[in-house]
Design a protein around this ligand. Structure first.
Ligand SMILES: Nc1nc2c(ncn2[C@@H]2O[C@H](COP(=O)(O)OP(=O)(O)OP(=O)(O)O)[C@@H](O)[C@H]2O)c(=O)[nH]1
Ligand SMILES: [Mg+2]
Length: 422
């Protein structure tokens, strides 16, 4: 399948489309890999998110593009996708998210696909999730739980782990209801004679909620400690008079690759979503002898769980303290325009709309010209650049991987910082 970059920036569609495509997966006779979850994906196309009509945040994310991303998320969580379906309806069903007919259709596909898990491309209410689990008789995950799971898989530092645990606990709390109903009669007058559960009669559900609430309190206190530590570092940095440039962008846009190319830092680069969670800061030398600090941190995604944004406060504060946000966009991605808009919306939501910003269009090495020829250097983008200039004169075209136009980028960082000094 050859991807056409051009949904991103229409004007480019005429000139370029992306090289590459799906490569055959090597067949093996025997595999010792652990058994992978087989996921069936479900999305609802409402009037709000259908390609023809748009409104509000998430604008432009039609269900198909969103499902393509959900597939990447499942892959990142080490699952395999065995099927998917989209239901068109005015709005999600309040009890079971999708209609009865669709539900039956999914149940009917169980044998042919062998799914062990059904993933919904949205956040389900606790009762929707319970009803769906009952009807489908397999594990049901929503987009939020999947993203939280990936974050848990990715968190390396204590700070990252604490923040993910907090987000997971906040997600869990309203979902505890009903899970323990079979135990609720324990304790109090209903359980006369049962050793160990006599007393005030707290139900298992209450006990569980209390435990999770306590845990949330403890995690918040620990995170506050981390936050104070970070603030201290930042103050020290500010005293040293160094400007801070923070990389922002959609997940997998190439932020860490750029960090590595600009600083030679040994950071993790992966063709997976949310490779980076924990902030890392390194020095970058600018033309003319200046030095700035460059920070790489967690990427954004559409429908970023609110619990995560809240829990990642300490990490995201790095962005608030930066003098310049360097927005990295993968312009070869079919949803580049929507991704870029999602990043803008997320930054707005974090109160960072006014922060000085520089945009870098990354991965230009993947572009090919109309005859399908790969581009060998940034110079070959001449014509392309001209057409770009009219639309985004502020953006710098780069290839983080091939180290193309990094001097130009450094110069533009310098210039932006001069224009908006800290
Ligand atoms: N061809 C090409 N690939 C690139 C370029 N920059 C990054 N990539 C690839 O894109 C993928 C994602 O790169 P990362 O640097 O990990 O992306 P990121 O923005 O840090 O992603 P997260 O940490 O997951 O948010 C990797 O497979 C990189 O090799 C580029 O300029 N050209
Ligand atoms: Mg990264």
């Amino acid at each position: 399948m050859s991807r056409v970059l051009c949904s991103a920036v229409n004007v480019l569609a005429v000139l370029f489309c992306q090289a590459g495509g799906d490569r055959p997966i090597a067949r093996r006779l025997h595999s010792t890999a652990p058994v992978r979850e087989r996921a069936f994906l479900v999305a609802v196309a409402t009037r709000k998110n259908d390609a023809t009509t748009t409104a509000g945040p998430g604008e432009g994310w039609d269900p198909e593009s969103s499902l393509a991303e959900l597939r990447d998320l499942v892959r990142t969580a080490r699952g395999v996708v065995v099927g998917q379906t989209v239901q068109r309806r005015a709005s999600p069903d309040s009890a079971s998210y999708i209609g009865r007919g669709k539900l039956a259709e999914i149940v009917a596909q169980r044998d042919s696909t062998g799914y062990t898990l059904v993933v919904f491309d949205d956040e389900l209410s606790p009762s929707q999730q319970r009803n769906l689990e009952r009807a489908l008789e397999v594990k049901v995950l929503d987009r939020t739980a999947l993203i939280l799971d990936i974050f848990a898989l990715r968190a390396r530092t204590r700070e990252g782990q604490l923040q993910v645990e907090l987000a997971q606990s906040e997600y869990l709390l309203p979902r505890l209801a009903g899970q323990w109903s079979h135990l609720e009669r324990l304790g109090g007058s209903g359980a006369q004679g049962t050793i160990g559960v006599r007393g005030p009669g707290e139900t298992q559900l209450e006990t569980d909620r209390r435990l999770v609430r306590n845990k949330i309190g403890r995690l918040k206190r620990e995170i506050e400690g981390v936050r104070r530590q970070r603030a201290l570092y930042r103050r020290r940095r500010a005293r040293a008079g160094m400007s801070v440039v923070a990389l922002v962008g959609y997940t997998n846009a190439g932020k860490s690759t750029l960090m590595r190319s600009l600083t030679r830092a040994d950071v993790l680069v992966e063709d997976r979503l949310f490779a980076t969670l924990d902030p890392i800061t390194r020095k970058v030398y600018l033309p003319g002898g200046g030095t700035v600090l460059l920070t790489d941190t967690v990427g954004f995604i559409q429908k970023l769980p609110t619990q995560l944004v809240a829990a990642f406060h300490a990490t995201l504060e790095e962005l608030a303290e930066a003098d310049l946000l360097l927005h990295v966009v993968d312009i070869t991605h079919p949803s580049a325009a929507q991704q870029s808009q999602t990043v803008d919306d997320t930054l707005d939501g974090l109160g960072l709309a006014e922060k000085p910003r520089l945009t870098a269009f990354n991965k230009v090495d993947l572009l090919v010209d109309r005859d399908g020829r790969s581009i060998a250097s940034i110079e070959e983008l001449g014509e392309y650049e001209l057409s770009m200039a009219a639309h985004r004169p502020d953006a710098v075209l780069i290839s983080a991987e091939r180290r193309w136009a990094l001097d130009e980028l450094r110069a533009r960082i310098s210039e932006s910082l001069r224009r908006d000094p800290a």
